[in-house]
Design a protein around this ligand. Sequence first.
Ligand code: FPP
Length: 306
Amino acid sequence: MEFSGNKFKPSSVRSVSDAPVLSVERGDQSVDQLDVSDESCADFNHNELRVPRHVAIIMDGNGRWAKKRGLPRLAGHNAGMKAMIEATRAASDWGIRYLTVYAFSTENWKRSKEEVGGIFKLLIKYVESELRELNRNNVKVNVIGDYEKIPKAALLKLEETIETTRNNTGLNLNIALNYGSRAEIIRGIRSLVQKVLKEVDIPEAHEHSLKNNHDVYLKIQERLEEIITEDSFSRELYTGDELGNIPDPDLIIRTSGEERLSNFLLWQAAYSEFAFTPVMWPEFTREEFRHILKDYSGRDRRFGGR
Ligand code: FPP
């Protein structure tokens, strides 16, 4: 049982208390029963809610939220950061194993210098104010995306956070930064093709006869099929081997009324459930999150089967 970091007691040490029973998804369709007796779960009806193993969130609507109030866009991101902190607390309290939040996409660099700089300053502020609590709550922070390209000061703070929380065993909080799913896919393809080419000495083949070239071609084809598989490809993604193979998201939430993926987890979303809410991200509360999980709990996931 791997929930030692959260506040839930594993079923193997279940006491004869009246603690409610919580179903937590572990495999594609299987569930585990855990006893829950902590106050932090008081807002969660464990008899009617199924806890997804991995929830991913497209935190959208910060700008519109600010505009409606006559505030600068950065005030919207600041309020969005607070909503992210609340969503993380809720996910941790409820026993969700992975929470992936889309904080900055590869396309977001097109925004004004002021806004981009402001978002990374917020990231620093977030780490400075939250690291202690994240660590106390046993949250392990990771980043997906080409994040080494973000401003140096933010990068150093993030690396400190990843290092400090490295051995935590509770919620895995994955922050997507300079993340783009198409770029992630191309990166994975290139890495696998390199593995194939390493095995076949192509320059040497050019010096041989056409027949030998044909042999080399056949060998490449054979190794391509062996080396490039759905499984090996998944392991090349940011969510793959680098981060211990994060399971695909069970549920993807997008706020602000928009209903699209916007280059987020395209491969990983193959069998995800979707939840779209008109609520702007800064107004996304624990109650709204719980409401979405209730709706998710009633869905029948068949993964292509009957
Ligand atoms: C989308 O809203 C939000 C973002 C691109 C940034 C998300 C940032 C945060 C939630 C806060 C900062 C937290 C960290 C960890 C960096 P939008 O600006 O696209 O909203 P709009 O569509 O209404 O303009």
